[in-house]
Design a protein around this ligand. Sequence first.
Ligand SMILES: NC(=O)C1=CN([C@@H]2O[C@H](COP(=O)(O)OP(=O)(O)OC[C@H]3O[C@@H](n4cnc5c(N)ncnc54)[C@H](OP(=O)(O)O)[C@@H]3O)[C@@H](O)[C@H]2O)C=CC1
Ligand SMILES: O=C(O)C(=O)Cc1ccc(O)cc1
Length: 436
Amino acid sequence: MASTQAASIPAGMENFTVGLIGMGDMGRMYAEKLSEAGWRFCLFLKKNIEILRNGHLVSRASDYIIYSVEAAFIDRVIAQYGPSTKMGAIVGGQTSCKSPEIAAFEAHLPSDVYILSCHSLHGPGVDPKGQPLVLIQHRAPDEALHKVEAVLSCLQSKFVYLTAKEHDRITADTQAVTHAAFLSMGKAWHANEQYPWELSRYIGGLENVKMNIMLRIYSQKWHVYAGLAILNPEARDQVAQYAKSVTELYKLMLEGNLEGLKARIYAARDKVFFGPSKTWANRPLLEASILTSFSLGTLTAETPARPNNHLSLLAMVDCWAELGIVPYDHMLCSTPLFRLRLGVTEHLFRNTEMLDETLRTATEDKRYRSDDLEFTFAARGWAECVTLGHFETWEKRFVSTQEFFQPRFADAKKVGDEMMKKVQASMDENLKLDEK
Ligand SMILES: NC(=O)C1=CN([C@@H]2O[C@H](COP(=O)(O)OP(=O)(O)OC[C@H]3O[C@@H](n4cnc5c(N)ncnc54)[C@H](OP(=O)(O)O)[C@@H]3O)[C@@H](O)[C@H]2O)C=CC1
Ligand SMILES: O=C(O)C(=O)Cc1ccc(O)cc1
């Protein structure tokens, strides 16, 4: 149990104790921020009996308990410690998918405790300041909400108030399809035993950012992405549609059907980017300089950059169009990595000349065929795994490719952090312009 109460603690909350169960990457980040702000808190490390002996003691001692454990374990962990929650305490979870978390709370918590969940929409390595932090006031009075706001204000994030259902819909809309695309990209390169930064056809422009995003996703823990896709019922349909879009577009490419491909992609573009709903801002999410300045490989005079068919990005927009998703509807509730993924896609679709060249390459240039074949297999493989709910297969698929790319994660992180800073600055600029 910790620490000296700081002056920033609101009057009346001097003895308010926050309990943390699950001391992984996110739990540790919360512990650091709470500690800096001077909150009294206690925590339980599964393997460290010196802090508090077990989650029951954390539950008994705390006024507000946050569970930051693997999404797939949330039911088991809450079933174990939830019944020990102190009367009148507030309980929340940090998992990326809220329907199983809320179901577990309802099933295992005593009726005299409040349920108020949260979700920081960024990874543990990102500064929480200014990032969205979802609050879900599921079974709790406003007084409890204000206490949670007071505690979590030390993260300096932007609170976004949603229901659990809205949260799952939005996170599926922003994350599921884009994760499927970049997970499949990594799998395809791995299947062909290619490090893309060593191949001239993957150096320059959009490719830099695509590679970096792929590496960043594979450098994370497998369960985060598996939980997001498998446990969120909304996400399942999206991953399935993504694989369908990839397959259908790939068939048009094989047929050399430029007109068919163009008609389909233009229709998708119009629906996603020019529909009646929100659309892209006047300024692009990704400045052209961002694309060229961050490279993991080097171009030479003998091997200049060459156009790609960007099947992964075309399928993303096709999938959104099929499902009626407009990603700009959720910008206030988006993760930094999502903005980067959308920025890459937007860059391709804003530039008609580049899009047309992409479509021509897709139907005429046979040098990408085997990469695209592997990409199509990969997308279908992820979709099957998600549809069947196979966590174990998902883990094996992810970890084998993670091992393949491991040596490049440190470099990719440095480059990726810089890219995200630039995207954030560009987003802030857009928001300021919108407010004028
Ligand atoms: N990483 C990310 O980008 C984000 C993750 N999230 C969500 O936050 C949650 C945590 O993720 P993250 O911190 O990254 O994952 P980690 O794997 O780093 O942390 C999970 C932690 O939970 C602990 N744990 C598991 N079971 C128990 C138990 N019975 N009692 C106590 N502790 C337990 C694990 O301990 P041990 O290792 O000893 O098993 C581990 O330390 C997940 O649900 C994830 O979806 C949300 C936002 C972003
Ligand atoms: O992939 C993304 O969009 C990320 O920014 C990382 C991430 C993964 C899981 C979450 O619950 C929240 C953020």
